[in-house]
Design a binder for this molecule. Structure first.
Ligand SMILES: Cc1cc2nc3c(=O)[nH]c(=O)nc-3n(C[C@H](O)[C@H](O)[C@H](O)COP(=O)(O)OP(=O)(O)OC[C@H]3O[C@@H](n4cnc5c(N)ncnc54)[C@H](O)[C@@H]3O)c2cc1C
Length: 380
């Protein structure tokens, strides 16, 4: 039976819950807003399937090789590219699977603006999956749905963070299926869904928005913005560096504990990995126009096959060059010394704490210093 002793030992993929034949595992939110499995022992059959599917307990699910190829890529569909976070490669891959009668899984906002995994079989259904959502996605029952579609011999494209891909592989017991295509995103780390929700409600004065973009590129890919709208009113329109939620994400304060020692950097079992090709202006200036350039890492021949016949401007690149501008490919995010203090402040002050802990104004610095001294005094 799965027992989570250390929070860092669970990535929240929910493979254990979905694999449990007795349905005795539920996912419970901790005080940072992350989901962890809880077993109802009375109903447990002691079959150990939960442990056998866990991608963290079964490190063999992770292959340790460098990509076989690396590309800079730009979708030739300018409209879709503008709506995508990077170069719009996800949409092209998804469209090609749908044209073959397949199903595409990815992260979207639900009607409460919680990030969750969902699937679509239509071109129109791709719009909500497009674009990065910087909160950990709740996988709900998506792995079981994947298995069902595979049984029906439908092509399936499953996209998500590296740990979500490893979780799905664990759930399917690492059985390869020619109809299953696995595409991960390079992942800096998964921010708390609770912080996202509280920040959103703070910005919108406790009413649900009608549209959210965490990677609005209308003023350029490099100066991307977070835009939140309620009908015709703009509640927020700020660059990442001016957005407390994004600053907290990028300074690692709000990430899931397992992200600080991520076990799925490099090759984690996906066919392709997509990211932003940061630094492209120096490496391949002809692929740089500040409208978004994707990085594609190819791990398998199936991945190579996925890329053929896409309407892409593609340029072969060196893995070492890609890693230089994008350390998240190989390194876990560092755990900031102030993480504990931040969470204490967040529980007390809510979204306001995001600003205090991500701006170096004197008040915040002095408050933090005091808190640190008090803590030291109490511990010592
Ligand atoms: C939490 C997170 C951290 C990231 N960190 C980095 C990074 O450090 N460096 C980097 O180069 N790229 C990072 N990315 C990936 C990048 O932002 C783009 O998602 C990726 O380049 C694909 O872009 P696109 O233009 O092809 O497609 P888009 O349409 O922009 O992306 C859609 C894809 O992103 C997936 N997705 C969106 N939100 C989530 C989520 N919350 N959980 C799981 N999957 C999600 C969708 O399922 C879909 O596959 C991150 C993405 C996320 C979600």
């Amino acid at each position: 039976m799965i027992v989570i002793k250390e929070k860092s030992a669970c990535c929240g993929c929910q493979a254990c819950k979905m694999a449990c034949p007795a349905k005795c595992i539920s996912m419970v939110c901790d005080n940072e807003g992350f989901l962890y499995p809880k077993v109802n022992q009375a109903d447990c059959l002691d079959c150990h399937l939960c442990e056998k599917t866990c991608p963290l307990l079964n490190k063999t699910t992770v292959r340790e090789t460098a990509p076989v190829a690396c590309f800079a890529a730009i979708s030739k569909d300018a409209e879709t590219r503008l709506l995508s976070s990077s170069g719009g490669v996800f949409s092209l891959l998804a469209e090609s699977i749908i044209k073959q009668g397949g199903v595409v899984f990815g992260a979207q906002f639900d009607d409460q603006f919680t990030v969750c995994h969902s699937c679509t079989e239509t071109m129109d259904g791709l719009a909500p999956l497009r674009g990065s959502k910087y909160a950990q996605s709740d996988l709900r029952n998506s792995y079981s749905q994947v298995r069902q579609f595979l049984k029906e011999k439908r092509p399936v494209l499953f996209t998500g963070t590296p740990c979500q891909i490893a979780g799905l592989r664990g759930y399917l017991q690492n059985k390869d299926d020619d109809s299953l295509f696995l595409v991960s995103v390079v992942c800096h780390g998964a921010p708390s869904p609770q912080v996202w929700k509280e920040y959103l409600m703070h910005v919108t004065n406790d009413t649900l928005p009608t549209a959210v973009s965490m990677r609005d590129k209308t003023e350029g890919w490099s100066r991307y913005k977070m835009v939140i709208k309620r009908n015709h009113e703009t509640c927020l329109n700020t660059t990442a560096t001016d957005t407390p939620f994004m600053r907290a994400f990028l300074s690692n304060l709000t990430l899931r504990p397992s992200c600080y020692s991520c076990q799925f950097r490099g090759d984690h079992g996906s066919d392709l990995t997509l990211g932003d090709y940061w630094g492209i202006e120096e490496i391949h200036p002809d692929m740089s126009d500040d409208k978004g350039t994707s990085l594609i890492l190819v791990y398998t021949s199936k991945g190579q096959q996925l890329l053929s016949n896409l309407d892409l401007k593609l340029k072969e690149s060196r893995y070492e060059d890609a890693v230089k501008g994008n350390p998240s490919i190989i390194y876990s995010a560092y755990r900031p010394a102030e993480r504990t203090l931040f969470w204490r402040a967040f529980r007390r002050h809510g979204a306001k704490a995001l600003n205090d802990y991500t701006t170096e104004n004197n008040t915040a610095r002095v408050r933090r210093l005091w808190a640190r001294l008090l803590r030291k005094f109490r511990i010592g």
